[in-house]
Design a protein around this ligand. Structure first.
Ligand code: BG6
Ligand code: MG
Length: 222
């Protein structure tokens, strides 16, 4: 089936910057205080998942029940620790090839939106100097349904004035790939093929696709 791609929808964490390591530090600090074991493998399962759902999963793994107020307090605490971690972030943390890819995509007339679960997306984009690279920002302050629900990407397409079929999503998380496919979008996964095989294509990094137009022409023949 052929597609004409006019818009690109980018996940943030794990696609534009590697913030998973900072989320891990902050969640692990919380887990330690609650006496819950929390490893890198478990952290993997939180990729693309909202803050509240991440907390619920960690508490579930620890078999701990908390009141709504206590949950809110831990989420605020976790976010404070996370903000400490990302306070020093700068443009040097942009993943390889991303800035060049975004600039080239814009030059070639593609529309670009962010589709992230994070409530910290705007401050992060400001800090790394990429806020202006996006025509629309859809983040955790906008959407209510977490990936794998396609809401975040459907809203991104809508804000770009495009149909979902005209959009290509870049995702590093299994839940995000599922969301893109559920939304009827073309999906390029960034990372290791192990968990991301459902995507239309998997790349190791944006260095694999330096030329957006070449990539998009390839899509049309799919
Ligand atoms: C996603 C991350 O992008 O955002 C998740 O992959 C994170 O790990 C989620 O939990 C929510 O982020 P934040 O910044 O609002 O806590
Ligand atoms: Mg991600």
């Amino acid at each position: 089936r052929s597609r004409m791609i006019r818009g690109l929808l980018f996940d943030l964490d794990g696609v534009i910057v590697d913030t998973a390591k900072y989320h891990f530090v902050a969640w692990q600090r919380m887990a330690a205080e609650l006496g819950i074991h929390f490893s890198h493998e478990e952290n993997e399962q939180l990729k693309g998942i909202s803050r509240v759902e991440s907390l619920e999963r960690i508490l579930g793994w620890g078999g701990i029940a908390l009141s709504t107020e206590e949950k809110q307090r831990w989420m605020d605490q976790k976010n404070a620790w996370y903000l400490e971690c990302i306070a020093q972030m700068g443009p040097e943390e942009i993943l390889p090839g991303v800035s060049e890819f975004l600039a080239e995509a814009r030059t070639q007339g593609l529309s670009i939106a962010l589709g992230s679960a994070s409530k910290n997306a705007v401050p992060i984009l400001e800090r790394i100097g990429l806020l202006d690279a996006f025509d629309a920002i859809v983040d955790g302050t906008v959407v209510t349904a977490s990936k794998p629900n396609p809401e975040v990407f459907l809203e991104g397409a809508r804000r770009l004035g495009l149909s979902p079929e005209e959009c290509c999503v870049f995702e590093d998380a299994e839940a995000g790939v599922e969301a893109a496919l559920a939304g009827n979008m073309y999906c390029i996964a960034v990372g290791k093929p192990d968990h991301l095989g459902a995507a239309h294509r998997v790349i190791q990094s944006f260095l694999d696709i330096p030329d957006p137009v070449e990539t998009l022409l390839a899509l049309e023949t799919d």
